[in-house]
Design a protein around this ligand. Structure first.
Ligand SMILES: NC(=O)c1ccc[n+]([C@@H]2O[C@H](COP(=O)([O-])OP(=O)(O)OC[C@H]3O[C@@H](n4cnc5c(N)ncnc54)[C@H](OP(=O)(O)O)[C@@H]3O)[C@@H](O)[C@H]2O)c1
Length: 332
């Protein structure tokens, strides 16, 4: 499936968000609609598509999978109506024609049927941030019931869901760490046993992390950068038994792309650093985890906080101030 977006509009057109420069937000335009070209491809009427950090980074060319191809229609997933009327959640491969369009082409093998009555906006808002912790806990950490989890960066959309998902998947203690005091206060209501503020002097933050989370089994790290660099030695040094495995799952990098990692730390504690994302977990394994996550979001078991905006206002949506933790969802 490919779409020559410079081609003249034809009967097969659709309105879409179109990125023509990595320096500017997408604009709402009529573009030719790609034809389904492979056996499993179908055209779907898009009902909702989430504006995730991953979508922004693809649209500004900074995502690690970006190949620098323009123009592109952003959007990596969404909820849509199939030609047979079924309501689908679909994930798109890294194509140039994404989900931020009235219609797009989806692969049925990367789609799952949602129960009638599902709120498309909640699913479009929650699946991407939710799968970050769901997949990490199931496919990377191999979380066992009763194991303790620290969520580093628990105040964002993905972090808030990570607290709920760790709880839902049977974690023992769940600790949420973040820098926004007001949003930290919301975490106990979502299932956190304890919260840790990442604000303040390095030594104070390290002491707080050590006191609250030294003996966790799993860290879900959305921050990397300086907070991870503070937290790793803080936890490793304060552990009651340093030989106990500590699975450090790298998921996001909102606080920095790099850290300095002292070699001694890897000798002094059983620290197992790994990532979870496209590549480190295969597409089939990610897809296999999605139905249960979708079910939980559809059933309202996991709280998501969407902010629906019309696709036609994509330019405004792109730069609108949105409270962290909320997810903009574009609706055609
Ligand atoms: N690997 C995967 O499978 C996967 C899947 C989905 C998402 N992700 C990644 O996960 C990350 C978080 O995604 P999201 O959807 O939760 O984004 P989000 O809703 O925008 O939340 C980001 C959070 O990070 C906080 N933050 C920013 N800088 C910080 C710092 N220096 N120290 C502490 N907190 C800081 C922000 O809160 P304040 O600014 O208020 O402190 C905000 O709450 C992104 O990097 C995203 O790409 C990865």
């Amino acid at each position: 499936m490919s779409a020559p977006m410079s081609a003249p509009a034809s009967a097969g057109t659709t309105h879409a968000a179109v990125v023509r420069s990595f320096d500017a937000p997408p604009r709402y335009e009529a573009v030719p609609l790609p034809e389904p070209s492979a056996e499993h491809e179908i055209t779907v009427d898009v009902l909702a598509a989430g504006l995730h950090p991953r979508v922004r980074s693809a649209a500004d060319g900074s995502h690690y999978t970006s190949e620098g191809t323009l123009p592109l229609v952003p959007g990596i997933d969404g909820v849509g109506r199939a030609p047979d009327g079924e309501l689908l959640y679909f994930v798109l491969p890294g194509t140039a024609f994404g989900s931020m369009a009235e219609r797009t082409v989806a692969d049925r093998r990367r789609a799952l049927v949602l129960p009638a009555g599902t709120d498309p906006i909640a699913v479009a808002a929650g699946m991407n941030p939710g799968m970050s912790s769901w997949v990490a806990l199931r496919r990377r950490a191999g979380l066992r019931p009763g194991q303790d989890v620290l969520v580093l960066g628990a105040t964002g959309g993905a972090g808030r869901l990570a607290v709920q998902i760790a709880r839902a998947l049977g974690a023992g203690r769940v600790i949420g760490a973040g820098r926004d005091a007001e949003r930290l206060k919301l975490l106990p209501g979502l299932g956190a046993d304890e919260t840790v503020s990442l604000e303040g002097a390095d030594g104070d933050v390290a002491r707080r992390l050590g006191a609250a989370a030294a003996d966790v089994d799993v860290v879900l790290d959305y921050l990397w950068g300086r907070p991870a660099q503070q937290a790793m030695p803080a936890l490793a040094r304060a552990r009651a038994d340093r030989a106990e495995p500590l699975a450090w799952i790298q998921i996001g990098a909102v606080a920095g792309a790099d850290i300095a990692l002292p070699s001694a730390l890897l000798r002094a504690a059983n620290l197992r650093i790994m990532g979870s994302g496209q590549g480190s977990v295969g597409a089939a394994a990610i897809l296999a985890e999605l139905p249960e996550l979708a079910e939980r979001i559809s059933a309202g078991d996991l709280a998501v906080d969407p902010l629906a905006m019309p696709l036609a206002e994509v330019e405004r949506a792109w730069s609108a101030p949105v409270e962290p933790g909320r997810r903009v969802v574009l609706t055609p």
